[in-house]
Design a protein around this ligand. Structure first.
Ligand code: SF4
Length: 425
């Protein structure tokens, strides 16, 4: 059963009399458990829908509609599948106490991998899930491989029951499922020869694996530092060499880069980022792979359309990771808009300075950095630092930040999204 949370005005659902709280029970006799069932089974022009109204009344509807016309319901979010692992580098273990409950959930949900590109380990799948991935053709899936050696992978995940990931991926690939993959690189554990072998094994799976990124492990002040450490610059450079060797082979044989390093890997290595052209379709940009080159492209393509910013002063808040990289994005943005742009690099006061990602900045640290900044006309903060409920990691709301600082604040992911309308004169 899936509960309806909203009915869109003028939709088929409204016409049928569905209301928030209506339970969607089955389609063509198939019970519904989550949004995937709903989307898959209602993908026909005709179907039989069985619902239970909040009053308890059960109704059946024979639906006939053009495929392009959506039913018009919002569904309650699925209960997230929990992770079966205990990785030493787990971000959840690195959280301080006292944050909101939802942040302590270790999710590992293949449905969210398909829908939102979340990386999953596939260690909590039941045979029924595998059948479902195949039946619904949930592709591509985003897999945290870490190591293809099954014994070592179990060690990395701290899960003696983790299945052989190569075997599982091969089985799914045989049914047309494709993958994006990542390795979170933990020095002395899955770098060096292990990383080389992992890249080889994944590459050998052919077109089913669209690419593999290597992300250096990131720790907070509260992580298990006695068990895991962050890689040194030299270790990052060694990983880049392996990536480059595999990318050279892939370009020669398949015409794509295939192996990538996260921007953070280059940052830590003190090595320049690869050119924009090497990232292809930016398949893993949400994973911090090619994020800077992606922003540069967005600015090049969209900034010339932004008007009304000449002479304005804009502050751009970011974390320490992007502090040294951002100027190569902001300089062309300033040139195209005529605005004076100031980079405001904020240290993470919640997780400690080793956490450098802009998306994990607490509201309180951003607020502190903007104290007295009424000289600015506008401040852009990283869009990903605020969740769907408008909250920062420290549970400060975006609204509270806006009230507390003497300058207009906007959330931005690619700059142009926040600069379409100028600030009031
Ligand atoms: S897979 Fe590892 S890092 Fe991810 S949530 Fe589970 S324990 Fe944490």
């Amino acid at each position: 059963m899936i509960r309806v949370t909203a009915v869109h005005p003028g939709s088929i659902a409204e016409e049928l009399g569905l209301i928030p709280g209506t339970e969607l029970l089955s389609v063509n006799g198939r019970n519904l458990e989550d949004f995937l069932d709903w989307e898959f089974h209602t993908a026909d022009e005709q179907f039989l829908l069985h619902v239970r109204q909040p009053s308890g009344e059960e109704l059946e509807f024979e639906i006939e509609r053009p495929l392009e016309e959506p039913m018009g319901v919002s569904l309650e979010p699925p209960r997230v599948r929990r992770c079966a692992n205990r990785c030493d580098f787990c971000f959840v273990d690195g959280l301080p106490e006292g944050l909101r409950e939802g942040l302590y959930i270790r999710d590992d949900d293949y449905r969210l991998s398909f829908r939102y590109g979340h990386f999953v380990t596939m260690t909590n799948l039941k045979p029924w899930d595998i059948k479902r991935i195949i039946e619904y053709r949930l592709s591509p899936l985003y897999i945290s491989v870490h190591a293809t050696d099954p014994v070592l992978r179990r060690y990395v995940l701290r899960n003696p029951l983790a299945p052989d990931i190569v075997e599982l991926m091969r089985e799914l690939a045989g049914h047309g499922i494709a993958f994006q993959t990542q390795v979170v690189m933990s020095p002395g554990v899955n770098d060096g020869a292990v990383l080389a072998q992992t890249l080889d094994d994944l590459y050998a799976m052919g077109d089913a694996v669209g690419g593999c990124s290597v992300v250096p492990v990131g720790l907070t002040e509260f992580s298990k530092h006695h068990l895991v450490r962050e890689p040194t610059a030299e270790e990052c450079r060694a990983a880049i060499e392996l990536i480059d060797a595999k990318a050279t082979q892939a370009l020669r044989e398949r015409g794509v880069q295939w192996a990538y390093g996260a921007d953070e890997l280059y940052n830590r290595a003190g090595v320049g980022l690869p050119p924009e052209s090497s990232y292809g379709e930016f398949d893993q940009v949400e994973n911090g792979v090619g994020a800077v080159r992606f922003l540069q492209r967005q600015v090049r393509e969209e900034a010339p359309e932004l008007t009304g910013w000449e002479g304005r002063k804009i502050g751009v808040v970011t974390g320490t990771a992007m502090g040294s990289l951002m100027p190569m994005v902001l300089e062309p943005l300033a040139r195209a808009t005529g605005a004076a742009i100031e980079l405001i690099v904020v240290t993470n006061t919640l997780f400690g300075p080793s956490v450098t990602s802009a998306g994990l900045l607490p509201g309180a640290a951003i607020q502190a950095s903007l104290t007295g900044r009424d000289d600015l006309d506008l401040v852009l903060i990283p869009g990903e630092s605020v969740n769907d409920d408008g909250l920062f990691m420290d549970s400060m709301s975006f609204g509270s930040l806006c009230e507390a600082v003497p300058v207009e604040v906007r959330r931005s992911k690619v700059f142009s999204d926040a600069l379409e309308s100028p600030v009031a004169a």
